[in-house]
Design a protein around this ligand. Structure first.
Ligand code: ZN
Length: 343
């Protein structure tokens, strides 16, 4: 039994104040990641109708003057690469500017500023701007980190807007390479290796085949990239998984893979905007070079406030200290909401 979408449902008895204290049963669910076995909880609330749209322009105006990433300041105050790494000091492609992260996460750690303009609304980020930003990130890896044993995994992360922990409104990516992947990433790498040893098969090929067969979470394709909702979401709003079939490591990604990814991201942004969600995290999970047991993939996790009136975070004790993801929506329900944006 190599691949299973296992879940346990729990039922709570209570007297419902909304219905004259009639006894009801309320369902919750614990799901197990089909590869890592890690759990995530899902409590089914009413169908989510979205938030009122937030106008980010006042926040953009208030932060413009002190922004280090605006075209007029980025050249003056951000760090430069040593000449033996990037002789021109900062790597540029289109509007993208990449420079070293003054507070690095690892040996190779940079920031990619995506636009010249301080604030470009999510739906106005162009395919060209996004393609250039991701392409430049991989050029940075090629030029500075390739072949370094301390840079096996080339990562691109995106914290978009304050609910997603962005420290600047100005759109930027975190770009770093590491030989020490984070906990979830390491679970995926180790699990994929063990799955290969146990079954002789590639987990991700089996996973995509099974998700496609089930059809409950499968959204669709943009070129070479497959999109589905995440069975065990990290985010309270669920996550969206995008998969690059047969691309074991991020060093194997081709330019057209990135533009196919950008095409899907732009569809996702329209979905997020339709719900009034303006913040998300994006992570890329690559495998090691030369391995045939992993397919590079990513997650997009929408972020929100549990109570915007008091600025409540969407990560509480359960997620933060028990390291137990919690989502308010079934990934299958989320898939039905997203699918029209991919048709
Ligand atoms: Zn700016």
């Amino acid at each position: 039994m190599p691949l299973e979408f296992k879940s346990i449902k729990k039922y709570t008895r209570l007297l419902d104040p909304r219905d004259n204290y009639r006894e009801i049963q309320v369902e919750s669910e614990i799901r197990f990641h089909p590869l890592t076995g890690r759990t995530a909880r899902i409590a089914h609330f009413a169908t989510f109708q979205g938030f009122p749209k937030t106008d980010l322009k006042p926040l953009a105006e208030a932060t413009r003057k002190t922004c280090p990433f605006c075209a007029e300041t980025v050249e003056a105050i951000t760090p430069r690469f040593p000449a033996d790494m990037i002789p021109e000091g900062r790597l540029k492609l289109g509007e993208t500017v990449i420079f070293p992260n003054l507070s690095p996460y690892d040996k190779h750690s940079a920031v990619a500023v995506v636009t010249r303009e301080h604030y470009v609304p999510l739906l106005e980020l162009s395919a060209q701007q996004l393609n250039d930003a991701f392409s430049a990130a991989f050029q940075y890896f090629e030029r500075t980190a390739k072949g370094d044993p301390e840079a096996e995994y080339a990562l691109v992360n995106w914290n978009y807007m304050p609910y997603a922990a962005a420290t600047q409104v100005h759109t930027h990516l975190q770009v770093f390479a590491t030989s020490t992947p984070g906990n979830h990433h390491a679970d995926l790498i180790n699990g994929s290796r063990a799955y290969r040893e146990k079954t002789g098969r590639n987990f991700w090929a089996d996973f995509l085949a099974e998700e496609t067969r089930l059809g409950e979470r499968y959204i669709g394709r943009t070129g070479n990239v497959e999109w589905l909702t995440h069975y065990t979401p990290f985010g309270a709003m669920g996550d969206i998984l995008f998969l690059f079939p047969r691309r074991a490591s991020s060093w194997d990604l081709l330019p057209e893979d990135l533009s196919d990814m950008v095409g899907g991201l732009q569809r996702l942004f329209r979905y997020l905007d339709s719900l009034g969600i303006h913040s998300f995290n994006l992570a890329l999970y690559p495998g090691a070079r030369g391995q045939d047991n992993f397919w590079t993939h990513g997650l997009v996790s929408p972020r929100l406030s549990f109570n915007p009136a008091i600025g409540a975070a969407d990560v509480g004790t359960l997620r933060h200290l028990y390291n137990e993801p919690f989502s308010m929506f079934r990934p299958e329900q989320q898939r039905d909401q997203i699918k029209p944006f991919f048709e």
